[in-house]
Design a protein around this ligand. Sequence first.
Ligand code: HEC
Length: 121
Amino acid sequence: MGNMWGTGIPVTVDEKLLARGQERYQINCQVCHGATGAGNGITAQYGLVGAASYHLDKYREMADGEIFNTITHGKGQMGPYHHIDVNDRWAIIAYIRALQLAQNAPSKLLPPEVAKASTKP
Ligand code: HEC
């Protein structure tokens, strides 16, 4: 409602959903947002700049519902992707959350040998 967005993913998030989200992300979003979601997809080389990097605090903190809204209706320079099945939109959001975690994981979630080599808390 207005600027208030619901958060939480209203479908079961499991390995199957994440695999589906990864596949749908690679097909629909990666071309602009890049494989890791850093906003550096191949289209940047052809002049389409400004695709958001999901690794900004702003997007880490953004409600799931607002991302759903962006996929559905587009935003600014990004067109709408309402042809993507509703369940698949949630799968993509779950996968974006996995991409965000992969680039910003707290050391307690890392395997010990990786955590030891990491310079970040
Ligand atoms: C054709 C290139 C393109 C594709 C494909 C694309 N995006 Fe975007 N996306 C953009 C651009 C450009 C922006 C920045 C929009 C702006 O601020 O004007 C953006 C912004 C966003 C944002 C941030 C919106 C905000 O509120 O600031 C999210 C989230 C996002 N895209 C998700 C997705 C998802 C999920 C997909 C796949 C379903 C996708 N995008 C596909 C170009 C693209």
